[in-house]
Ligand binder design. Structure first.
Ligand code: ISL
Length: 539
């Protein structure tokens, strides 16, 4: 496979509204991202992924866009964004933007026109259906509501929304829609951005005929439908192939076999993808399942397409809480998970705050939560008569708000995030876990991440090396090699609160071998890994 800049890159995700507030309105802003570019650069990453900044009623934190080509006022002005791009580029940082084109806001002018009358020229820009037997056109469920269909009384039809009622799906079968999106993409690409993270991009094509689902609650019927690859190949041919950019598709429900159809280098669709076989389908840590997933994706893509590695983002709770140990071994665990994500095959994504070991939260009341997905589900479940406290306890661990608490800069009020009233409650542990503390501690998670990222620049084996798991069947120890030419690395991880011994074949002997990086100061016993101990050896 050919070498490219994005394959060698580490991506840092900036959820700007929770990153740094410079105007005191309680929301982070683009000026705040500019103010922290040196911090991001110092970490050593190559690319910033910026969550949506476009004009929006902000019902789904910017994923309900009402004008693709203007900047949401709480984020800043277009001039601010242009300065952010310039300042990032001057620091050698690339910037990729969020492309949200499965749906718009119901306040987008396109939808306002479309819903105005059945014969409006833009009626067919969205998905409108007559009632069937006096009811909804089918039994599909949306991500955020019991049905994808919303009745529109004035025009006597339903419209489809795969997410909130206020997020109507665009009709990608309509060529005018596709051309309007391509034109918008060129608007941003011509400003000099370096690519796109593509929001639920595999949902653009809908099942032909909109048939009832056998299991409506298993919503994978929303994605990977016939026609999707033609759309993406057209998008690539008409837009992406004219720029030196990277594209990463957010692709729920996808398997390695289907994933290759999106990112195969001969497919001319996308460069890489986020799959959700971990984040969506593995609620708690399961090392055996995780190894199986890594193995099938490696076999599925190796030599043909490129994977991405992440364990948390703005939708998925903080990894050290969900998949590690955020208590006694928080720092060791954060470093182990970082070592894993940066030494497995694929591009590593760092979600803001992950680099200092920020954790998830448990707010006492549903009123402390902002996420529409969680609030809708809470409403839906309590409406069934379920005990509110039980529903809250059920939803807290995986609430998207776990990752959306403000970035913790220092131990001052509101963790130094804002001088105003923060839009989202700050995690109370900010007094102990914050950037200032991390930068003053040579043994912090931050400096460990900085070292991991710098290793990637020095050792091609991390990027292009073959992968082999040598610990199949072990529920705690994960031992795998990465090999490229004469260089072989052995990564040893003990994902456990107990010490465990590691037994290796002579071919993988570590005695006398160089320890490239480890998360424990001293090695007590060469073949015993301490709780959440991670080591990288060069064999
Ligand atoms: O990750 C998930 C399942 O695959 C869901 O939590 C998530 O809602 C889904 O992936 C879609 O996420 C994206 O689109 C949503 C938006 O709310 C999310 O923030 C965004 O990441 C609708 O645009």
């Amino acid at each position: 496979m050919k070498r490219t800049w994005w394959k060698e890159a580490v991506v840092y995700q900036v959820y700007w509204r929770s990153f740094f507030d410079t105007d005191g309105d309680g929301f982070g802003d683009l000026e705040g991202v500019i103010a922290k570019l040196d911090y991001i650069k110092n970490l050593g990453v190559d690319v910033i992924w910026l969550n949506p900044i476009y004009e929006s009623p902000d019902l789904d934190n910017g994923y309900d866009i009402s004008d693709y080509q203007s900047v949401m006022k709480k984020a800043g002005a277009m001039e601010t964004w242009e300065r952010l791009l310039k300042e990032a580029h001057e620091r050698g940082l690339k910037l990729i933007m969020d492309l949200v084109v499965n749906h718009t806001s119901d306040q987008h002018s396109w939808f306002l026109e479309s819903r105005s009358s059945k014969d409006n020229p833009k009626r067919d820009w969205y998905i409108w259906k007559d009632a069937v037997d006096g009811g909804k056109p089918n039994n599909w469920r949306s991500y955020f509501t019991p049905s994808v269909w919303e009745w529109d009384e004035p025009t006597g039809q339903y419209y489809m929304h795969s997410f909130a009622v206020q997020q109507p799906d665009l009709n990608w079968e309509n060529e005018e829609v596709r051309e309007a999106i391509y034109s918008m993409m060129r608007f941003w690409l011509d400003k000099g951005i370096d690519g796109f993270r593509m929001d639920v991009i595999n949902l653009l094509a809908k099942q032909k005929g909109f048939p009832d689902a056998e299991q409506p609650d298993k919503i994978d019927y929303l994605g990977n439908n016939p026609g999707i690859h033609e759309y993406l190949q057209e998008m690539n041919e008409k837009v992406l192939s004219h720029y030196d950019v990277m594209t990463v598709g957010e692709i729920p429900f996808v398997t390695p076999e289907d994933g290759l159809k999106y990112v195969g280098e001969d497919r001319n669709e996308l460069n890489t993808l986020f799959h959700f076989q971990v984040a969506d389908d593995m609620p708690d840590w399961d090392m055996l399942r995780y190894k199986e997933i890594q193995q099938t994706w490696y076999e599925g893509l190796h030599g043909k397409g490129w994977n991405s590695q992440f364990l948390n983002n703005h939708d998925h709770t903080r990894q050290v809480t969900r998949y590690g140990n955020d208590g006694e071994y928080r720092c060791e665990s954060a470093k182990l998970l970082g070592t894993m994500l940066h030494t497995l095959p694929g591009m590593p994504y760092i979600f803001q705050g992950e680099e200092i070991g920020m954790t998830g939260v448990r707010f006492p009341s549903i009123d402390d939560y902002q996420d529409i997905a969680m609030k809708n589900k809470y409403e839906e479940e309590t409406q069934k008569g379920r005990e509110a406290s039980e529903v809250l306890a059920e939803l807290q661990p995986l609430s998207r708000d776990n990752s959306r608490t403000p970035m913790q800069w220092d131990a001052s009020a509101n963790a130094g995030f804002t001088d105003g009233q923060p839009w989202m409650t700050v995690n109370p542990n900010y007094t102990d876990i914050n950037v200032e503390e991390a930068l003053n501690d040579p043994k912090s998670v931050f400096y460990f991440y900085q070292k991991l990222i710098s290793l990637r620049k020095e050792y091609d084996v991390m990027v292009y090396g073959d992968y082999q798991d040598h610990s199949e069947g072990d529920p705690h120890i994960y031992a795998y090699t990465r090999s490229l030419g004469e260089v072989t690395w052995l990564i040893l991880l003990n994902h456990s609160n107990e010490a465990n011994t590691v037994s290796l074949p002579d071919t993988l002997s570590i005695s006398g071998k160089e320890l490239v990086l480890g998360n424990y100061q001293d090695i007590q016993d060469l073949h015993t890994l301490q709780p959440h101990e991670a080591r990288i050896y060069q064999l």
